[in-house]
Design a protein around this ligand. Structure first.
Ligand code: DGY
Length: 309
């Protein structure tokens, strides 16, 4: 059997870090001596960090990269495949929570709940001020960009709100009752709220640009639970500041944890610190699945949830 060595690339959640150290005597790549790094069979990382060429150079014996999180765009999967290194992620277990987050953001930004909460806390209600009227969520037209597992879960939830669902996907799906748009621009034009659930990476980079935001228009909202890279963030800030869209609910940003200064004082945005999957239950399930991938690879050289190379 391959030498039992596991390294961590980047800072892991405390529970995952502790489990990896206890079960596999794992160390961080930054604390590993060259000999330890050379013997590593598995690298555990997360969407925040990722494993790329410069890490792989230090890990010549690596067989697998185990990514904590469904999104693995921070890992160079093509380079890993070229070196014969397989990659896994943690799909399914976080679908519900990320979809819940998307729906929460849709409701919050369209109804203005966070802004109204701030108004109450400031004492403005007591002083006689009411927030402006908001937008109706029920019966609205929702455009979903990326109809994978999470996009589908968002569609199913919003169907209960009598929403009309349209979607854009790399490929049209024949197994859903929703209206397909071949271009994001056309979907935006037909949507009251555009919800981003596409995978990150080069293929979806800046899929939402100034033209798409203008197609969404001054009454339209943007919600992003995917990756900051899917949106041209400068164009988004400009569209908000100039009133060219109505508002945005964002769980992800281009340069996390940094959020554009121009957004911080605005009531037409809801800003979350990338907490789409951050519940006790889901994070525990993600840790279990990441550990199952490590164990499986060290046992028989396969992965429980491999991603396509
Ligand atoms: C992931 O797992 O990639 C998500 O960003 C979690 O919120």
């Amino acid at each position: 059997m391959t030498e039992r060595r596991v390294v961590m690339v980047g800072r892991m959640r405390a529970e995952l870090d502790a489990a990896l150290r206890e079960r596999y005597d794992a160390v961080g790549l930054d604390e590993a001596d060259p000999d330890t790094a050379a013997k590593a069979a598995v690298a555990v990382t997360s969407g925040v960090w990722g494993v790329r060429g410069e890490h792989l150079d230090r890990l010549p014996g690596l067989g697998a990269i185990v990514n904590f999180g469904v999104g693995y765009d921070s890992t160079d999967v093509a380079e890993a495949a070229r070196r014969g290194v397989a990659v896994s992620n943690t799909p399914d277990v976080l679908t519900d929570c990320v979809a819940d987050t998307a729906v929460g953001l849709v409701i919050d930004v369209m109804r203005g709940f966070s802004a109204a909460d701030r108004l109450v806390r400031r004492g403005d209600w007591a002083a006689g001020t009411m927030p402006p009227l908001a937008r109706r969520v029920s019966g609205s037209r929702v455009g979903i960009v990326g109809l994978g597992r999470i996009g589908l879960a968002i569609a199913q939830r919003l169907t209960a709100f009598d929403a009309t669902i349209g979607y854009h996907n790399r490929r049209e799906r024949t197994d859903v009752p929703y209206t397909y748009a071949a271009r994001v621009l056309d979907l935006a034009r037909e949507s009251d709220v555009l919800v981003l659930a596409a995978a990150g990476g080069e293929s979806s980079r800046h899929l939402v640009d100034a033209a798409v935001l203008d197609a969404l228009g001054p009454d339209g909202f943007l919600v992003n639970v995917a990756r900051g890279s899917v949106v041209d963030q400068d164009a988004l800030v400009a569209a908000l500041v100039q009133g060219r869209i109505a508002g945005a609910g964002l769980d992800v940003f281009a340069d996390e944890p940094h959020v554009p200064e121009a957004l911080l004082g605005r009531d037409d945005v809801v800003l979350l610190p990338h907490i789409g999957s951050a519940t006790v239950e889901t994070r525990a399930a993600m840790i279990d699945l990441a550990l199952a991938n490590v164990e499986r690879f060290l046992t028989d050289g396969t992965l429980v949830t491999p991603v396509p190379a």
